[in-house]
Design a protein around this ligand. Structure first.
Ligand SMILES: Nc1nc2c(ncn2[C@@H]2O[C@H](COP(=O)(O)OP(=O)(O)OP(=O)(O)O)[C@@H](O)[C@H]2O)c(=O)[nH]1
Ligand SMILES: [Mg+2]
Length: 472
């Protein structure tokens, strides 16, 4: 027995796009079936081939991302790194390459749990491959990678937990609007008016899909002083293993700006002490639509943003202006946060970008049935698109459902025309993927007919169908 049965890592493969197409160049174990390794090379490289950047052949550095791919035929899941190797002789001046690490599909949590470290060592190996001069050198690099992976998995105490556990914290001063936000994002309006100050912590579960690999727990922490103190004292319990943090600020409460910043700093310090660096979504909340132009609010905003930028340099954060009276603002902030938890977010963006390119769309949005934005893309030229989506997306979803209800939809497309001029169009399309209802919104400056979209959709749907299984 070689011990392979006990090993979590089942296979490691370097694939290149050469004269023969996608080819598994270096693979372990040696006796992996030819059909299996070909499948892995084909599938990983062909996802990369959709990349517009690659096809334009301009920036090599622009293409490097990770994704988790299902290989149902092999009953395995692969963590794949996509990258390019500079080659003046190749089309687009570059060779597409992937490194894929495979494990049993039942063990896929292992990838999610250990993403940070796995990314680091695979990235390192890929950089070496990019400058490697020979096949033998590549062989050595892949052997080193395998060794490192094995050493890592051997050291892990409990590598195979059943489900990926994700922890999302909602923190901020009392009355900042955390609990209202959580109800608002789900459109539980009748609850919002009944909300009382949160005592201690209230935990709920989030489901993006009926079936998902992860268990997402949301911790809504009461912001009153006594709860805050407890929470800071017992930082280890609350902040330990946090995957995402929402920090809430009441922008209308000018008197408490200092208090808001102080609490934020304390939380960041505790996180640093624990060596936890979750992405942070800052909700500048109660930014109500009718107050957007208020001088006082603007002034508060300026002070706050300066202070936040000053103290959070060690963290990845993004600021959103939110209000419970603007549903889209909640959805945008919430979706953005959740998307940070998906190891496949770059792959999704890439799929949207590819579809945009092929259909000449200027912006795309992919929504789930609850209106959560799973992925979005907009080309740099079309600055207006985000605003257009913001206003139209929620209405389209309602329109769609209403039309469907009254059996007024022959096909799954709704095309709006006459909103601006004749050429600009917004197209709304439902796509069915297994049990999931997903919605696609396309914005086009210059509409060239629905056929272009229909032609591209099967391929897009097929790719999304696979990637969605490992979205979160
Ligand atoms: N104007 C305005 N009021 C809001 C908004 N969001 C929440 N509120 C109100 O602010 C008050 C406090 O909201 P909560 O959701 O209970 O605040 P919280 O942050 O959960 O408070 P704690 O549980 O005590 O930490 C309620 O009266 C809400 O109706 C908003 O976006 N705009
Ligand atoms: Mg609350």
């Amino acid at each position: 027995m070689s011990g392979i049965e006990k090993q979590i890592i089942k296979s490691v493969i370097l694939s290149l796009f050469d004269e023969d197409g996608p080819t598994p160049k270096i693979y372990w174990p040696q006796d992996i079936e030819e059909s299996a390794r070909l499948l892995i090379a084909m599938k990983t490289i062909s996802l990369l081939m959709g990349d517009a950047v690659y096809q334009n052949g301009t920036e090599i550095d622009g293409v490097n991302y990770f994704g988790i791919l299902p290989f149902p035929d092999l009953k395995m899941n692969g963590l794949t790194y996509f990258f390019l190797i500079s080659d003046p002789k190749a089309r687009g001046n570059a060779t597409a390459a992937t490194i894929t690490v495979l494990i049993d599909e039942n063990n896929r949590v292992f990838f999610y749990e250990n993403m940070k470290y796995l990314r680091m060592i695979i990235d390192k190996a890929a950089s070496r491959v990019q400058t490697s001069k020979s096949f033998d050198e590549n062989k050595q690099i892949m052997e080193d990678l395998r060794q490192e992976l094995f050493e890592f998995t051997n050291e892990l105490k409990d590598p195979l937990s059943i489900k990926r556990q994700l922890k999302i914290l909602f923190v901020g001063l009392d009355r900042a609007g955390k609990t209202s936000f959580l109800h608002g994002v789900k459109k539980r309006y009748s609850e919002i008016i009944k909300i009382l100050p949160t005592k201690g912590v209230v935990r709920t579960e989030e489901k993006l899909f009926e079936e998902q690999n992860s268990q997402i727990s949301i911790w809504d922490l009461g912001g009153q002083q006594k709860y805050r103190e407890k929470f800071l004292e017992q930082g280890k319990i609350y902040l330990y293993n946090v995957d995402l943090l929402f920090y809430f600020i009441d922008i209308q409460d000018s008197k408490r700006i200092k208090e808001v910043i102080d609490l934020f700093k304390k939380i960041l310090n505790s996180l640093k002490e624990l060596d936890e660096f979750p992405p942070i979504v800052i909700c500048v909340n109660k930014f109500d639509p009718d107050l957007k132009k208020s001088k006082e609010i603007r002034k508060n905003l300026k002070i706050l943003e300066e202070e936040i930028i000053k103290c959070s340099s060690d963290f990845f954060f993004k600021i959103f202006h939110t209000s419970v009276f603007d549903h889209w603002s909640l959805i945008s902030a919430y979706s953005y946060g959740l998307s940070q938890l998906s190891p496949n977010r770059e792959l999704f963006e890439n799929q949207l970008k590819f579809l945009a390119n092929k259909t000449k769309s200027d912006a795309l949005l992919l929504l789930n049935d609850n209106g959560i934005i799973l992925s979005n893309y907009s080309n740099e030229k079309s600055k207006i698109s985000e605003k257009v989506f913001e206003i139209s997306a929620p209405h389209f979803q309602t329109l769609y459902k209403t039309f469907k209800e009254f059996k007024l939809l022959k096909q799954d497309f709704i095309v709006s025309s006459g909103i601006t001029d004749e050429e600009r169009k917004i197209i709304f399309k439902k796509i069915d993927i297994d049990k999931h209802n997903l919605y696609l919104l396309l914005f086009m400056e210059k509409f060239e007919g629905i056929e272009k979209i229909e032609k591209q959709l099967p391929k897009f749907t097929k790719n999304v169908k696979e990637l969605i299984q490992t979205y979160i």
